[in-house]
Design a protein around this ligand. Structure first.
Ligand code: ACM
Length: 541
């Protein structure tokens, strides 16, 4: 018996000792320590990178210094960006010269020649970010963001260290116009959805968001002098939903939100076709004086403004005037596509007049490539959307008239095309567009005889016949729009799909941390960059 009691006692003592000494083990994934800048996965790929083999550690003593008051907003933006995941409330301080140690310094310098370029120098004892203009600082910050561990994007405080590989990056975009287009007319997508898209686009250095604000199925921008456009014309959408519209206050809020992220909004009023929402709101815009019925289907090419009536041009003048007053950017997009219900001679006369109206309000014209039938004003930009080379003649006409081309070939850049036959949303009239197809082309080699000096840049349109919400939008846009961002930024000679797909695959953690509903294409080797696993032993009690 005695032996029995003593062995029970021994067992209890050992168990107690084990319980108190063995701390609960929680596995926390720790991001890999960056040491080699050349192994980082920056998109768009920077123009030059030099690695120096060590790291800068961002910690709670780091500070953000900026050269002059004009840079305070961008210093603030950086501090706020870094706060949630690091838990550091990094102070921002104005300093006319680079601090000696441990800080991030933002300054402007004429030594950086490109208006959107930047020079990022990361040393063990500090980070120096220089640019010609604030836009370049913003892009340098996006690069810095991608050099930090991916969990920098999380909104909760993380426990890892924040190391950035040391070295130098000199960078500038190949093209000045790097855009996305969002159709908020077929399905209305509201303020928060558009803001979220702006946030994601700005992460990849896209600088323009073209909003398709009117179409047959809905009118989406308040025009105070023609109120039925929104009360009536804004109340429908594809499929019969309730639609919606931006008030002028909301639109201005959006413009400001985009500006703060160095994105210019280009508003589009599509005309003379794609106008049923307006024709159904005001009978006088129709040649027969009768309002059309609201339309919630997906056909195109059946509507037209009455190009002979003076009231049509009075209407357009009012709309463009109100829009121009809210638009700090230089362009107003006048659509001009698929005007199959407008005889060509009327179409040409109409586009010529509308260009003059836009100029009279101090803006330049952008239009789909059909507008090249008209006599183009100096500075009018023609947006190429042809699906094959038989449709290139509009672009040739534009170049003959010295207009610049914005490249949006439907077979490559249309984000609403399905990825493959199994894709549940999207269309396929321009073909299936897998992630490699959307990436594997270049602006200056796409149309024979149209070269870099004729091209202003690239834009990826997302038409929303099948897109009803942010999840649908993200699924079709990501990851293809990331590749379009790189096409606009990185020189063609420095891009190839085999290398890009690996880099893109390593953005998995970032896209996950940002909660993006992206398409996980099988062509991309999606890979977590989190490699180290550390065991953390939380404090007892
Ligand atoms: C367009 O896709 N109708 C420009």
């Amino acid at each position: 018996m005695k032996t029995h009691y003593s062995s029970i006692l021994t067992f209890l003592i050992i168990s107690l000792l084990t319980i108190t000494s063995c701390k609960k083990e929680v596995k926390i994934k720790k991001p890999a320590t960056p040491k080699d800048l050349l192994k980082e996965n920056i998109i768009p790929k920077p123009v030059t990178l030099t690695a120096t083999g060590s790291s800068f550690e961002l910690n709670s003593n780091s500070e953000i210094h900026y050269q002059s008051d004009a840079l305070k907003p961008i210093a603030n933006y950086l501090s706020e960006l870094l706060q949630p995941a690091t838990g550091f409330k990094l102070p921002i301080k104005v300093m006319s010269s680079m601090p000696s140690t441990d800080h991030i310094y933002l300054s402007l310098s004429d030594s950086i020649q490109h208006k959107e370029g930047y020079l990022l120098t990361i040393k063990e004892n500090g980070i120096d970010l220089k640019a010609n203009k604030p836009a370049g600082l913003f892009y340098g910050i996006q690069t810095l963001r991608q050099l930090l561990p991916a969990n920098i994007e999380l909104k909760e405080k993380q426990n890892n260290t924040w190391l950035i590989a040391s070295g130098t990056i000199t960078d500038e975009p190949s093209y000045s116009y790097r855009g996305a287009m969002l159709d908020v007319a077929r399905h209305f997508l509201g303020l928060e959805t558009v803001k979220r898209y702006i946030d994601l686009l700005s992460f990849y250095k896209i600088n323009t968001l073209h909003l398709h604000l009117s179409d047959d199925q809905g009118w989406r921008i308040e025009i105070k002098s023609w109120p039925n456009l929104t009360t009536h014309g804004g109340s429908t959408e594809v499929g019969g939903g309730e639609g919606g519209f931006f008030t002028q206050e909301q639109y201005k809020e959006l413009v400001k939100y985009a500006q703060d992220r160095f994105i210019t909004i280009v508003p589009e009023i599509d005309m003379p076709g794609h106008t049923n929402a307006a024709l159904s709101s005001y009978p006088e815009l129709n040649c027969n004086g009768k309002a059309t019925k609201p339309y919630t289907g997906t056909r195109v090419g059946f509507s037209s403004f009455c190009t002979d009536k003076d009231i049509t041009y009075k209407f357009i003048d009012d709309v463009i005037r109100e829009l121009a007053e809210m638009t700090p950017g230089e362009y107003i997009h006048i659509g001009g596509d698929e005007s199959d219900a407008t005889p060509i001679k009327d179409y040409i006369k109409f586009i010529n007049k509308v260009q003059k109206i836009v100029s009279s309000h101090g803006k330049k014209v952008l239009g789909w490539d059909e507008i090249a039938h008209a006599t183009l004003e100096p500075n009018t930009i023609v947006q190429y959307w042809a699906r094959d080379s038989t449709e290139n003649k509009n672009a040739f006409n534009a170049v003959k008239q010295n207009a610049k081309i914005l490249m949006s070939p439907a077979t490559k850049a249309y984000l609403d095309m399905k990825y493959d036959k199994t894709t549940k949303i999207g269309l396929d009239w321009a073909g299936l567009t897998e992630v490699d197809v959307a990436y594997n082309w270049s602006l200056e080699n796409h149309i024979e005889d149209i070269s870099k000096e004729n091209i202003i840049g690239v834009e990826a349109p997302l038409w929303t016949e099948t897109v009803e919400n942010i999840k649908d939008l993200e699924f079709l846009a990501f990851p293809r729009v990331i590749g379009i961002a790189e096409i606009g930024w990185t020189p063609t000679s420095q891009r190839n799909w085999e290398e890009y797909k690996v880099r893109l695959g390593k953005h998995k953690d970032r896209l996950d941390a940002l909660h993006v509903n992206y398409y996980t294409s099988e062509l991309v080797p999606w890979q977590s960059t989190v490699t180290d696993t550390v065991v953390s032993t939380p404090k007892e009690n």
